[in-house]
Design a protein around this ligand. Structure first.
Ligand code: PLP
Length: 374
């Protein structure tokens, strides 16, 4: 048996998305910029996809831009916000994804002040601290905070954060990669200026993401060329990827509560069984209290010979899980998130992350394999 419990890293593509995309691949091949029938056909697919994403997030169609990934979205948004909006202060947290943290490092310059909020043991920020910082700063400010943490599942209250940003006239950028699909997002109800998402986290294809840029914000082109994506990001569109992204998001919204209940049930059962059947297991979330999205369970094992190579041993037993966020080199290194929350150094954490495709049989199998290891 092969069990895939690494859905925070990426998800399998939904079969209906594969079917839809392959049908389009064989029938729609025009360039959306061409004015003949084949081009118009491709253009319609692109704009239908944009319309679907806008409808599901309750934004205007013109506020959705497709990109190659959330990494690209976050890079563009942060870099462009700083260069075009005269931002001189950025307030963020140490538990953001590397594509945010490393971009901030890259754009760091003398006249840009980057401040990090403290996080508690569960990865939560203190909204009061954010307010104090917003009160104290002078000049244009951007707050960049993720919706859901990719290693812990911690949920930031982005409504409260967005209200504060509005009150203090700050821009708000939200990396919503782990939330999209799972938590309904209504952009009309929040003061968010920039938001990013990625299809492969919600059973869509890899290599396609999107970003939301509020209509009130005007940014100059990031990639210049033929003027695609309303001049902002030139380059011939990934037509089939865009269609797949929209389809996957649409599917996530069908029987949404059932899907989330199923994931919650899997996680709670896994957690309860680990607690009773595996010695000295702990949960990152139990040591601290926070709000978590149910697709991620970070499990803490004592450091010993068996747990030193735990993800490798799990892999050999047929279980894909990860020790931290997946990185391009494939090498697992100390997690900046666990370090930021003060996770004890003498314990190891494994992130199990679930999707609505996982089953109770897979939970049973994994518990049996873990019991053999301990
Ligand atoms: N932000 C978060 C919170 C993520 O979990 C990820 C992916 O791991 C990304 C950004 C990057 O997304 P992408 O793989 O589309 O570049």
């Amino acid at each position: 048996m092969r069990v895939y419990f690494d859905n925070a890293a990426t998800t399998p593509i939904h079969p209906e998305v594969i079917e839809y995309m392959t049908t389009l691949m064989s029938s729609v091949y025009g360039n959306p910029s061409s004015i003949h029938q084949s081009g118009r056909q491709a253009k319609t697919i692109v704009e239908e996809a944009r319309k679907t994403v806008a409808k599901l997030l309750n934004s205007s169609i013109g506020e959705i831009f497709f990109t190659s990934s959330a990494t690209e979205s976050n890079n563009m948004l942060l870099r462009k916000a700083v260069s075009d909006l005269e931002i001189i202060n950025i307030i963020t947290s140490p538990t953001e994804h590397p594509c945010v943290l490393n971009t901030l490092k890259d754009i760091q310059k003398e006249d840009l002040r980057i401040q990090f909020l403290k996080v508690d043991g569960s990865g939560n920020i203190n909204v009061k601290e954010l307010e104090e910082k917003l009160k104290a700063v002078e000049g244009k400010t951007l707050v960049s905070l993720m919706h859901v943490n990719n290693e812990l599942g911690t949920i930031h209250d982005i409504k409260a954060i967005s209200n504060l940003c509005y009150e203090y006239s700050a821009y708000f950028h939200c990396d919503a990669v782990q939330a999209i699909g799972k938590i309904p997002i209504n952009l009309q109800e929040m003061h968010i200026h920039f938001l990013s998402g990625s299809a492969h986290k919600f059973h869509g294809p890899k290599g396609i993401g999107f970003m939301y840029i509020n209509n009130d914000v005007k940014l100059t082109p990031f990639i210049t060329g033929g003027g695609q994506e309303r001049e902002f990001r030139s380059g011939t569109e990934n037509v089939h990827g865009m269609a797949g992204l929209a389809k996957a998001l649409e599917i996530y919204h069908v029987d949404h509560d059932e899907k989330i209940n199923h994931i919650t049930n899997l996680r709670n059962t896994f957690k309860a069984r680990l607690k009773t059947e595996i010695p000295d297991v702990r949960f990152v979330e139990e040591e601290y209290a926070g709000h978590y999205l149910p697709h991620i369970l970070s499990v803490s094992f004592p450091e010993n010979a068996k747990t030193e190579l735990i993800t490798f041993n799990l892999d050999i037993s047929g279980i894909s899980a990860s020790a931290g966020s997946a990185c391009a080199s494939g090498v697992e290194h100390a997690s900046h998130v666990l370090e930021a929350i003060g996770f004890p150094e003498d314990r190891r954490a494994v992130r199990f992350s679930f999707s609505y495709f996982n089953t109770m049989e897979e939970i049973d199998y994994s518990i049996e394999q873990l019991k053999k290891m301990f």
